[in-house]
Write a protein that binds this ligand. Structure first.
Ligand code: DWN
Ligand code: SAH
Length: 418
């Protein structure tokens, strides 16, 4: 029997306690990265996937959540290194941090100190392996509670702390080196105790330090109707305005932003201590804010978005069920779980999904139980209709598969081309 998880009856904002307003209901959903074996079909856990808006601090957040220990543990199955393009992206980030932040510190005769939160399989931190070997000096460390991925990082020589970052008790000033650079990519949104997280950022960041935080920009999610970005791991979804309002409450501010191609359109925040001070960089942020309706008219935009998503789900469902001939899936990201469960698409519609992650292969998709098979078999499969669940990796996939026309395939992109 599927069991229900805790429901927050009076949905209060996790940041400022204001009563939130719901704008989307994606129904009952399983844990997105929980790929199951046949014996686990009857014991899967489901939760209500609803999304809410706080009219006070503008934070967008899930109504119901799954306890973190049920998700981020020895079975966690997302490995950053499965995308070469993402590995390249993190290498570029490492070079930028070295040039822009570490070299000036080294010029002053000091050792740079860096923390990565959500270090995963060490794809980013491995570039700092020299700094991690210096045990007698302040160096680099990754926070990563999911043992499966942390083990891979450790094998690359990455130093890992397994405590969730927001729970870590940093000893007082003097014992814990104040951190020059804090990096978190696609992780801040995953942590329900956002207040605890921000308090720890305040505690460990040097007075002139920087926190570089990357995550999908919710303005892109809206523009692309990318409803598959909603799933249990993503507790929060940010606009620049909500980020600025939240940080302000904790004595932090956005120093600058950059927009990125990653994960379907992301934003990189450079965050520092203190309060925003009007100047040229802030002007850039305000220009960004005024270019997206999410920032200027959030509630109206979210209501309209919620309605459009319901329409998209109905269309996807009828189009995919109505396709002539068999259909297979390409890539089994967490996002696939939301699409297949919201649309009610099981193995009778999508016979199998090809994926490169060995921990997923041989198992079945969460909720709908579509078989996951090894990507190495894909080239032998002549099925015409292929649903590209990893639409965010379109360029990488097309380069790998020899382009869209090869073998007369019909690639269906549930987001981007729908
Ligand atoms: O926020 C998150 C982001 C960073 O990563 C996490 N909550 C979970 C995860 O999201 P996702 O699962 O939607 O990530 P991706 O990168 O869109 O998809 C990864 C999956 O796709 C893996 O199972 C590997 C697979 N894949 C594939 O089979 N062939 C990926 C690529 C690039 C490929 O060519
Ligand atoms: N940074 C990587 C991984 C993102 S997936 C990338 O961008 O590809 C989110 C990661 O955050 C997972 O590896 C997960 O185990 C980790 N995580 C979840 N809760 C955390 C917490 N409380 N503290 C630190 N890391 C956490």
């Amino acid at each position: 029997m599927a069991s229900r998880l805790e429901r927050r009856e009076a949905m209060k904002c996790r940041i400022c306690d204001t009563k939130c307003k719901q704008f989307l209901d994606l129904g009952k959903q399983p844990i997105a990265n929980n790929f199951v074996s046949k014996s686990q079909f009857d014991s899967e856990v489901f939760y209500n996937l609803t999304v809410h808006f706080c009219p006070q601090c503008f934070t967008i957040q899930l109504g119901e959540t799954v306890p973190p220990a049920k998700v981020f543990n020895e079975n966690y199955s997302f490995y950053t290194g499965t995308s070469q393009a993402m590995a390249d992206h993190f290498k570029e980030l490492a070079v930028m941090i070295n040039d822009r932040f570490f070299l000036p510190i080294a010029d002053k005769g000091k050792w740079p100190v860096m923390i990565e939160i959500g270090a995963n399989d060490g794809t980013f931190l491995q570039h700092f392996s020299d700094l991690m070997k210096l045990h007698d000096k302040p160096t680099c460390i990754g926070f990563e509670p999911s043992k499966s991925v942390a083990e891979v990082a450790k094998k690359k020589g990455v130093r890992i702390c397994g405590t969730p970052f927001e729970k870590h008790e940093f000893p007082g000033v003097g014992n814990w080196p104040k951190t020059d650079v804090i990096v978190s990519a696609n992780t801040f949104a995953h942590i329900e105790d956002r207040r605890g997280f921000l308090k720890n950022i305040k505690k460990v960041m040097a007075h002139d330090g920087v926190w570089i935080n990357e995550e999908p920009y919710f303005g892109n999610t809206i523009d692309r109707l990318a409803f598959d970005q909603f799933y249990n791991e993503h507790v929060f979804y940010t606009s620049i305005t909500s980020m600025a309002r939240t940080l302000e409450m904790f004595g932090l501010h956005i120093d600058s932003v950059e927009f990125l191609w990653t994960h379907g359109g992301s934003i990189r925040y450079f965050i520092k201590h203190g309060h925003a001070d009007p100047g040229p960089l802030t002007a850039f942020i305000y220009r960004s804010i005024h270019s997206n309706a999410l920032e200027t008219d959030p509630w109206e935009t979210l209501q309209a978005f919620g309605e459009k998503v319901q329409g998209r789900i109905e269309r996807l469902q009828s189009d995919l069920r109505g396709l002539k001939g068999p259909v297979v899936g390409y890539g089994a990201p967490a996002k696939m779980s939301t699409i297949t469960n919201a649309c009610g698409l099981g193995p009778e519609t999508i016979s199998k999904i090809y994926d490169t992650t060995s921990a997923k292969v041989g198992k079945f998709s969460p909720g709908q139980h579509i078989p996951i098979v090894s990507h190495s078999e894909f080239s032998k499969d002549r099925t015409k209709n292929v649903v590209l669940f990893v639409w965010n990796h379109l360029a990488e996939v097309m380069a790998k598969e020899g382009g869209r026309k090869k073998r007369g395939r019909k690639w269906i992109l549930p987001v981007l081309e729908y």
